[in-house]
Each structure stands twice: as structure tokens, then as C-alpha cells.
Design a protein around this ligand. Structure first.
Ligand SMILES: Nc1ncnc2c1ncn2[C@@H]1O[C@H](COP(=O)(O)OP(=O)(O)OP(=O)(O)O)[C@@H](O)[C@H]1O
Ligand SMILES: [Mg+2]
Length: 420
């Protein structure tokens, strides 16, 4: 019996119809990932009566939380109900040995997983939750000639095993990313939900509906930073050296020294670069700046502690003295501003509701990553330093506090001047 399946495949999914061993569809909520793979599985089983398909989740508490109901609906919608026998725990292909089953990887051991060896398709739903152990068990098990492993997921963290799997550049793989905006079947309720969140919480929207990684939502210290091209976000490849004073926000650490290099464009701070120099000291940083900007007026805006701090360079010299010895000017307040003020000031520069007065060239990748990555320690207002994001952020904070201070009408006091 020849059955023709009449279905509309969304444009974003077309690459997934090529024969490939690994197929990935990541994206935001409501983009049509589950519907696509469910239809795809039904169509494959219609075309191949002996095809065995396993639908996998990391944890499957009950069949209610599996793709089974969706697949059953697709069988009806596609008009192929006569070809399937729907049982409580599985769906059998009439007229062949084909079957679809639904399993949780946590229920499998290295022995039990062998029962899946004859399966031609494994579809891993909610793959952001799949553990490395499960991947290690599953990938070598799906081994039938021409077999395929499909992944659909809402990205959470860059370090999640499924993201790492595709990031490494898998041989024989195709991966697409999609959002509700690409879904031709999108119900208006979902569109309204997405719009509502976009207004209320643009960051969360990027994660939930845009399928971006979860940066911690309101737990992010630099919550106003948006890793998107200007004017929507703070990243701007058109930022360039305008020829005026060069500002260097400087955080002193032995490992690493963090420097944020910027220029002023009227009342905006345009970041040209961010240096993160490992096992370095103040003279090395100054030399690097001198080499990059010969014959330029350079103003360092360092951590005020550098006025007392002595590097391991020359006995008796403070960091400030070293900076001045290179002919650079030092501007810093006499004492540390409260951390919360410094952070608020940076956030206001990043976006005060109307304007993004801090623009960052993509070359300053360390700063972009750090603004996006630093979170507060759980249930506190203390920025977490364990992620290593604090150094570039602090450097940017000192610079903004000194030269772009939106909290104080006047600039913080100038504690020292360059001696040429
Ligand atoms: N092929 C399709 N046929 C009919 N409706 C569809 C189809 N694809 C998507 N839709 C509609 O779009 C909605 C979202 O699709 P789906 O549930 O597949 O998205 P998803 O990307 O899996 O979302 P989530 O990330 O929330 O799981 C569905 O509830 C359905 O209304
Ligand atoms: Mg889904």
C-alpha cells in the first residue's frame, strides 16, 4: 500500500531532512522543534515498516511526560492511523516489525542500554538535560547501518554536554537553531507571551524565546549589558579610536592583570579592547600600552589601591608611580567607591532605559564575556568572583567611575598628574 504524507516542513528544518548521523535542533520555546521531529519520526516509520525509533529523555517519570501523545496526534493528523497500533507503552507499525518506544536514560545501565542496539533512530528530547554519562552510553549503542541520533533542546548552559557535543564539530552532523519567529504554525497565544516577556525582561526573553544561553537572569551583576549589536545591545564593531585621550581602566592582580582600553565620544565610553595578561606586572602592562599607543595622551584609571600597592617590579615603587614613569597620567579617587555604586554606575552606562552609553568593540571579547557571565552569590548582593569574570569588570568599573560618573555630578577627585 502506498501512502503519501502531506505535511508542511518549516524552512528552518529543511537541513534536518538530509541523511546525517547526528541532527540537532536547538532554539527557543515554541519554535516547532518537537512537532517537526514527531512528524519526521512518523513519516520515517510510514516509509520503512521495520524502522525502530526510541524517544529519549534524561529522566522520564511517566509516559505522560514523553513525546508519545504528540506522536499519536501526528499519526491522526497525517492520516496514517491505519498503519499504526497505539499501545499503552509503545506504538507499533502495522505490517512490519517497526516500533516506537519511550525511555529515560536514567533508567538504563550499561547492560540494559544494549536493548536499543537495533534502533534506527534515537530522538533525544529536552536534550539540554542529557548528562555526559547518558551520551557516553547512547552514542555507541545506536549502531544500526544508517542509524541517526536526533537532539532537540532549549539551550541552558554553554557547558551542557549536548552543546559541547555539537560545539566540537561532529563528523556527520547538522545543527540548526530556531525560534518562535521561524515557526509558521505559531499560535497567537505564544506570540503574545513572547512579546510580553520581551517588554518585561529582555534578558530572560533572549534565553526563553531566543534560545540564548541562560546568563542567570536577574542574578547577573551587569544585568543591563546585552550581548547584541548596537543599538539593541552594547556590542558595536564600528567603535574606533577617535584620536583623543586613551583611557585605561586598570585592575591590578598578578594573575591576570586586566586592562580595559577606551576612548570618549562626547558622553559615551567606547571600549576598543580588553587585555588580560597572565602572570604579568604593572611595567609589562604599561609597556604594552606604550607600544600600542605611541605619542598619545594616555590616562590610567586604576584601582585606587594601586597608590599603596607595590608590584614585584622595583623596590619602593607603587603601581601609580610605575604608571607615571611611562609618561601616563593617573586619575583615581582617593578611596574605593562602594562596590554597589561602582556596579550601578556601569549598569547605567550600559543602559539607562533610553541610551546605551557604553559600546564595546567585539575585539574586547574578555569584557563581553565577563559582563555577560558574572553573577551574584546566591541570595546576596555580593558579586561572585569564582567565575574569573571580576577582573575585566572591575577594570571597566574603575574607568567609568572616574571618567563617566553618572552618580556624582562632578568627577571623582583627581589624585595625581602625569609627570612627562
Ligand atoms: N508542524 C506543525 N504542525 C502544526 N502545528 C505546529 C507545527 N509545528 C509547531 N506547531 C505549533 O507551534 C507550537 C510550538 O511547537 P513545538 O511545541 O513543536 O515547539 P518547541 O520548539 O518544541 O517548543 P518548546 O521549546 O517549548 O518545547 C505548537 O504547540 C503548535 O501549536
Ligand atoms: Mg518541545
Amino acid at each position: 500500500m502506498l501512502v503519501s504524507i502531506n505535511r508542511r516542513v518549516p524552512r528552518w528544518a529543511l537541513p534536518l531532512q538530509r541523511r546525517q548521523r547526528y541532527k540537532g535542533a536547538s532554539g527557543g520555546r515554541g519554535s516547532g522543534k518537537s512537532h517537526f521531529f514527531a512528524e519526521e519520526a512518523v513519516e520515517r516509520m510510514v516509509c520503512d515498516p521495520s524502522l525502530r525509533v526510541v524517544c529519549i529523555r534524561e529522566v522520564q517519570r511517566s509516559l505522560k511526560f514523553s513525546a508519545k501523545a504528540l506522536v499519536e496526534a501526528k499519526i491522526r493528523e497525517l492520516g496514517v492511523a491505519s498503519l499504526f497500533l497505539v499501545l499503552t507503552t509503545e506504538i507499533r507499525r502495522v505490517g512490519g516489525s517497526g516500533v516506537m518506544i519511550f525511555e529515560g536514560m536514567q533508567d538504563h545501565t550499561s547492560d540494559s542500554i544494549k536493548s536499543l542496539e537495533g534502533f534506527g533512530v534515537a530522538w533525544v528530547e529536552e536534550a539540554q538535560s542529557i548528562s555526559q554519562r547518558s551520551l557516553d552510553l547512547l552514542l555507541p549503542t545506536i549502531r544500526a547501518e544508517g542509524s541517526e541520533i536526533w537532539f532537540s533542546w532549549n539551550p541552558d548552559k554553554k557547558t551542557d554536554p549536548v552543546d559541547q557535543l555539537f560545539a566540537k564539530g561532529l563528523d556527520g552532523s547538522v545543527r540548526v537553531h530556531t525560534t518562535y519567529r521561524d515557526n509558521p504554525f505559531l499560535p497567537s497565544t505564544l506570540r503574545d507571551e513572547a512579546r510580553r516577556l520581551k517588554e518585561a525582561d529582555p534578558e530572560k526573553y533572549e534565553h526563553v524565546w531566543g534560545g540564548a544561553y541562560n546568563l542567570g537572569g536577574k542574578g547577573r551583576v551587569y544585568a543591563k549589558f546585552l550581548d547584541k549589536p548596537f543599538p539593541e545591545g552594547n556590542v558595536d564593531a564600528s567603535v574606533c579610536d577617535l584620536g583623543g585621550e586613551i583611557y585605561v581602566g586598570q585592575d591590578f592582580n598578578v594573575n591576570p592583570m586586566a586592562s580595559v582600553i577606551a576612548v570618549r565620544a562626547v558622553d559615551e565610553c567606547h571600549v576598543l579592547d580588553c587585555l588580560l595578561i597572565e602572570t604579568s606586572n604593572t611595567p609589562e602592562v604599561c609597556q604594552e600600552i606604550a607600544d600600542r599607543f605611541p605619542h598619545r595622551r594616555v590616562v590610567f584609571c586604576p584601582d585606587p589601591a594601586g597608590n599603596a600597592r607595590h608590584t614585584n617590579a622595583k623596590a619602593g615603587q607603587t603601581d601609580f608611580a610605575i604608571i607615571r614613569s611611562f609618561g601616563f597620567e593617573v586619575r583615581a579617587p582617593s578611596a574605593h567607591p562602594p562596590v554597589v555604586d561602582r556596579v550601578n554606575n556601569v549598569n547605567m552606562m550600559l543602559c539607562d532605559g533610553h541610551r546605551r552609553r557604553m559600546r564595546i568593540h567585539p575585539k574586547a571579547a574578555h569584557l563581553i564575556e565577563s559582563f555577560g557571565g558574572q553573577v551574584y552569590k546566591t541570595d546576596t548582593n555580593i558579586p561572585d568572583k569564582s567565575g574569573g569574570y571580576d577582573h575585566p569588570n572591575d577594570a571597566a568599573g574603575y574607568l567609568c567611575w572616574q571618567e563617566f560618573n553618572l552618580l556624582h555630578d562632578t568627577r571623582a577627585s583627581v589624585s595625581s598628574f602625569a609627570i612627562g
